[in-house]
Write a protein that binds this ligand. Sequence first.
Ligand SMILES: *[C@@H]1O[C@H](CO)[C@@H](O)[C@H](O)[C@H]1NC(C)=O
Ligand SMILES: *[C@@H]1O[C@H](CO)[C@@H](O)[C@H](O)[C@H]1NC(C)=O
Ligand SMILES: *[C@@H]1O[C@H](CO)[C@@H](O)[C@H](O)[C@H]1NC(C)=O
Ligand SMILES: *[C@@H]1O[C@H](CO)[C@@H](O)[C@H](O)[C@H]1NC(C)=O
Ligand SMILES: *[C@@H]1O[C@H](CO)[C@@H](O)[C@H](O)[C@H]1NC(C)=O
Ligand SMILES: *[C@@H]1O[C@H](CO)[C@@H](O)[C@H](O)[C@H]1NC(C)=O
Ligand SMILES: *[C@@H]1O[C@H](CO)[C@@H](O)[C@H](O)[C@H]1NC(C)=O
Ligand SMILES: *[C@@H]1O[C@H](CO)[C@@H](O)[C@H](O)[C@H]1NC(C)=O
Ligand SMILES: *[C@@H]1O[C@H](CO)[C@@H](O)[C@H](O)[C@H]1NC(C)=O
Ligand SMILES: *[C@@H]1O[C@H](CO)[C@@H](O)[C@H](O)[C@H]1NC(C)=O
Ligand SMILES: *[C@@H]1O[C@H](CO)[C@@H](O)[C@H](O)[C@H]1NC(C)=O
Ligand SMILES: *[C@@H]1O[C@H](CO)[C@@H](O)[C@H](O)[C@H]1NC(C)=O
Length: 815
Amino acid sequence: MVLIVELVVSGLLAATVANSQSFDGTTRSEDAFSYVQPENTTILGPYGHSPAIYPSPNATSSINWEEAFARAQEFVAKLTVDEKADMVTGQPGPCVGNIVAIPRLGFRGLCLQDGPLAIRVADYASVFPAGVTVASTWDRDLFYARGYAMGQEFKAKGAHIALSPVAGPLGRSAYAGRNWEGFAADPYLTGVAMEKTIRGHQDAGVQATAKHFVGNEQETQRNPTFDSNGTLTDVIQESISSNIDDRTMHELYLWPFANAVRAQAASFMCSYQRLNGSYACENSKALNGLLKEELGFQGYVMSDWGGTHSGVASIEGGLDMNMPGGIGMYGMNREAGSFFGKNVTSAVRNGTVAESRIDDMIIRIMTPYYWLGQDKDYPEVDPSSADLNTFSPRSTWIRDFNLTGERSRDVRGDHAELIRKLAAEATVLLKNEKQALPLKSPKNIAIFGNDAGENTMGAVNEETFEFGSLAAGGGSGTGRFTYLVSPLEAIKARAKMNNTLVQYFLNNTQIATENVTDLWVPETPDACLVFLKTWAEEGADRENLSVGYNGNDVVESVAKFCNNTIVITHSSGINILPFASHPNVTAIVAAHYPGQETGNSIVDVLYGDVNPSGRLPYTIAKKASDYNAPPTTAVSTNGPYDWQSWFEEKLEIDYRYFDARNISVQYEFGFGLSYTTFSLSNLQAEPVSDSVSSIPEDQPILPGGNPALWEPLYNVTVSVTNSGAVEGATVPQLYVTFPDSTPDGTPPKQLRGFEKVSLVPGESQTVSFELMRRDLSYWDIVSQKWLIPEGEFVLRVGFSSRSLEDEMSITPVSS
Ligand SMILES: *[C@@H]1O[C@H](CO)[C@@H](O)[C@H](O)[C@H]1NC(C)=O
Ligand SMILES: *[C@@H]1O[C@H](CO)[C@@H](O)[C@H](O)[C@H]1NC(C)=O
Ligand SMILES: *[C@@H]1O[C@H](CO)[C@@H](O)[C@H](O)[C@H]1NC(C)=O
Ligand SMILES: *[C@@H]1O[C@H](CO)[C@@H](O)[C@H](O)[C@H]1NC(C)=O
Ligand SMILES: *[C@@H]1O[C@H](CO)[C@@H](O)[C@H](O)[C@H]1NC(C)=O
Ligand SMILES: *[C@@H]1O[C@H](CO)[C@@H](O)[C@H](O)[C@H]1NC(C)=O
Ligand SMILES: *[C@@H]1O[C@H](CO)[C@@H](O)[C@H](O)[C@H]1NC(C)=O
Ligand SMILES: *[C@@H]1O[C@H](CO)[C@@H](O)[C@H](O)[C@H]1NC(C)=O
Ligand SMILES: *[C@@H]1O[C@H](CO)[C@@H](O)[C@H](O)[C@H]1NC(C)=O
Ligand SMILES: *[C@@H]1O[C@H](CO)[C@@H](O)[C@H](O)[C@H]1NC(C)=O
Ligand SMILES: *[C@@H]1O[C@H](CO)[C@@H](O)[C@H](O)[C@H]1NC(C)=O
Ligand SMILES: *[C@@H]1O[C@H](CO)[C@@H](O)[C@H](O)[C@H]1NC(C)=O
């Protein structure tokens, strides 16, 4: 039995392109959809195959970058085979990833830098709110504004390529360590955030990288287990295999990446783990089939760092750039050479790999470079980035890098203002009773928790730092703070204006174990603000869903004596909140990871200068055991392929699961309160085209796939009114219920539209949602097409996934 189809591929294999192969390699029949988990997980069940899709498609000039494409072709024509190998192979150098210069052609090389919330390896740069935070704004304009401002900083520091944004993980599991780097546990919201962020980055002149493609839904065993000397030749167990059926792949995990391709992302980063048995960075079905053929991706695929596990097989499978270049775990073992590099040269010379394939790799790399004008007056790499680079410090460099640019350039501009606004707009008010918020000039407030104050141990936060406000998670997706406005500092400054007494107690152990009435003097505070933090990082999944550092005990201890306890969480995402119904906990605020202006942003909301309008981009369940799809944390056998993750919940992640199983939740997807109230009326759906067929017209593929899928079919409108007393913004959300004729397993409802709207008291505005063909289609595994099912769709609009006030139905295709 062939466990890993891709590993047996050689350059001599001349398989034809098989467009009709489903993602999981199942026979194309209705039966393929029913899934039975095999008893013996070393046998890869119905999901466990990736069909071979060869050859890797050439890029074409069919979109608005013809001129850049032609220049890339000219460039490639001038290269020697050795130079071609350099163009597709990373080298240790000043940036996290480096492609060396070719001075004889005036090419100054490429600098690739982390990450999705900041240019990480840099000084005098901003730390923006994390993906989960910005997703909570549900604001398309803010998605773009953040992407643009970040792009400006990458460019000003001389980085050509930003390793941002993230749509994988999507959020299958509440525990996954990197969910916060991405956006929402929903493909539609994540898709919009991807598109806007990518356009923002690239409009600022930097190349965006959509990552991690695809199925990277847990951190545990994302890489193989090696023996102690860490070379790829000594694998004890291969990485986990995400085993995903074809429909789930299309409707959940691939969906936001389709938006990324449509936004013309310059690059994609393939992920660490295996996918239906074969490594994602050599999975020809994923890279050649889904990405380059079905979605029409014209840019290049780079490997995650150390995610390349072969030379020829990866090149044939669709990988275009090997990062960081060397062999070994994370590519750090440079003595061991490279799967690419000189091996590319010899594979071309001996005829194993067609030179035209290498040329295509380079054309894909150079087209976005010319398209974004990176050949003209692009800033040089800031030498300070090289000094801060612990991944490839100077001692590891093999090739020459000229670092003649100005050192330690301040690239922050006026971004602090945007960062403050972003995080305030992202703040989700979950509970607000007895008019606890906004604060009304209290006489006496007490602040509790190790998350309130200054971090005293360094500019890059770590899990071991007990004290200090948490404004970003850990790993390659973090940022280096030039400053952080702590909540304590910002509240003290604000309270001073009203002569408010501010007392603070930051030691969680002390608060949780002592009688807090012994701490505060002379009387019970008017408001007790409890700041809690929850760490998450790359490389590890969360062990539990509780707030960190005994946070639950801290709340209990304070709320026992303070009848106005206001809890603020700084968290990677999902937290179980056992104190949610505590009568003395009057308010709960989820602020996620807000970036460097965290204190100012929270003060703006607590004092009502900003009316909260954030909405949850995931569901908070009543208890941890209510969540499905936990990460695979251990295997009991030691076979090399034994790490398997069966995505058997299929489409049922987050609210899709809670809805399908009718499980009551604490705070549902899309939920968030305001200091005012809103109402909806007059829901309508206007057909945009006269007749709608079930099957999309077969149009030539453009980036994003068949353009017919993106055509608007209905214009849904609803009138929103601010029925309260203060100005504020809200997010009407459109959920679609598919007709009964849709195949089994279709979630009860799915987000298909949202819009943020700001209104003064009494004001009404008509909000419109465009329903595209893709929004009303399911992926048919038999015909390998998106089909609109026959019958009646129900459209519901409301202010969260479980507060749907207005509904109507449409029948695009009748039987
Ligand atoms: C599982 O299947 C593999 C491959 O057929 C076989 O070698 C192994 O013995 C089986 N293990 C069990 C426990 O049945
Ligand atoms: C790519 O283009 C080259 C010519 O530059 C051609 O030889 C090769 O067959 C093409 N590959 C594919 C997959 O179309
Ligand atoms: C380390 O690598 C070498 C060469 O690949 C191998 O022979 C050896 O067994 C490995 N393990 C240890 C623990 O040295
Ligand atoms: C070529 O790849 C092999 C692994 O397949 C590696 O051992 C070798 O060092 C590489 N050669 C060079 C020159 O990097
Ligand atoms: C051609 O070169 C590649 C890369 O060095 C090597 O793996 C392969 O075995 C070579 N093939 C032949 C036929 O020499
Ligand atoms: C570095 O600069 C020198 C002098 O201008 C030049 O000769 C050399 O080619 C440059 N090297 C690289 C890698 O750009
Ligand atoms: C609190 O201070 C702010 C800023 O000076 C001021 O606008 C507000 O009126 C004050 N509130 C009270 C109740 O004193
Ligand atoms: C925090 O409080 C506990 C219990 O009172 C104490 O043991 C510990 O030393 C305190 N930590 C710091 C850093 O003061
Ligand atoms: C806490 O301290 C207050 C004031 O000293 C006292 O009245 C109360 O009984 C104490 N409560 C507990 C549970 O120790
Ligand atoms: C709420 O706080 C009051 C003090 O204001 C206290 O007497 C009461 O016991 C608290 N309630 C709970 C459930 O802890
Ligand atoms: C808390 O208790 C005090 C004293 O009993 C009362 O005046 C105040 O209204 C209460 N506050 C809340 C928010 O329940
Ligand atoms: C949808 O309807 C709104 C409100 O009538 C209108 O402003 C908008 O242009 C329409 N959009 C399309 C695509 O027809």
